[in-house]
Design a protein around this ligand. Structure first.
Ligand code: 5RP
Length: 221
């Protein structure tokens, strides 16, 4: 079975009746949502908060009831994918451009489970360009400030126009040589730059990473 599917489906086992669940974005957590859709047909009762418009749409198609933070003070669990994870469960996320809602949802969950295939495991974060969501106004100035942190940058494009996030913002992808033991500091430095809304470093947030191996074995770390 596909490695992403193995990890995604396993995560659905952690969802219990009555839970409020953060629903991530991407092709790995897709399998979690599919599984949850099946379990709901069999009588599972949950409420979800989606991390993107795409996940909102998929949840509606699968019959997963949605709620919001007006109704829910804290989620029991959030499940989401990652673009990179290291041995300390630090992550880079935002490859799909949903990092702001993803971080907000994970930060307001009692437990945060990450699902990934084994190609996402890294020794040092940073090979994957770090996505940073910025407001459109003055984005060129924000970009220059980001570059002072030691990265080269690229405005994310889609069909020859800037990619627009679900929140109406731009994404700047920041390529570092490597992000070693300074991920906590870098996360803070980035978010202090005026114009930055959020960045894709998820430090000290993940409680568990479920990894699907291309050999068909699922591990939890
Ligand atoms: C979207 C994300 C995704 O979780 C991340 O890109 C992983 O996606 P996939 O499971 O498709 O590899 O952060 O913003």
């Amino acid at each position: 079975m596909d490695a992403k599917r193995l990890a995604g489906e396993r995560a659905a086992d952690y969802v219990e009746d009555g839970m409020a669940v953060g629903l991530g974005t991407g092709s790995t957590v897709y399998w979690t949502l599919m599984k949850l859709g099946e379990r709901i047909k069999d009588g599972l009762h949950i409420k979800g908060i989606a991390t993107s418009k795409a996940t909102e749409k998929l949840a509606a198609e699968l019959g997963i009831p949605l709620t919001d933070f007006a109704e829910v003070e804290q989620l029991d669990l959030a499940i989401d994918g990652a673009d990179e994870f290291d041995a300390r469960l630090q992550l880079i996320k935002g490859g799909g451009g949903a990092l702001l809602r993803e971080k907000l949802v994970a930060a307001n969950a009692k437990r945060f489970i990450v699902v990934a295939d084994d190609s996402k495991a890294v020794t040092n974060l940073g090979k994957f360009p770090l996505p940073v969501e910025v407001v459109q106004f003055g984005w060129e100035a924000t970009r220059r400030q980001l570059e002072k942190l030691g990265c080269s940058t690229q405005l994310r494009m889609k069909e020859q126009a800037p990619f627009i996030s679900d929140n109406g913002n731009y994404i700047i992808d920041c390529q570092f040589e490597a992000i070693t033991d300074d991920a906590v500091k870098l996360n803070e430095q980035m978010n202090r730059i005026p114009g930055v809304v959020e960045n894709g470093l998820f430090v000290n947030m993940a409680d568990l990473v479920i990894v699907g191996g291309r050999d068909g074995v699922v591990t939890e770390q």
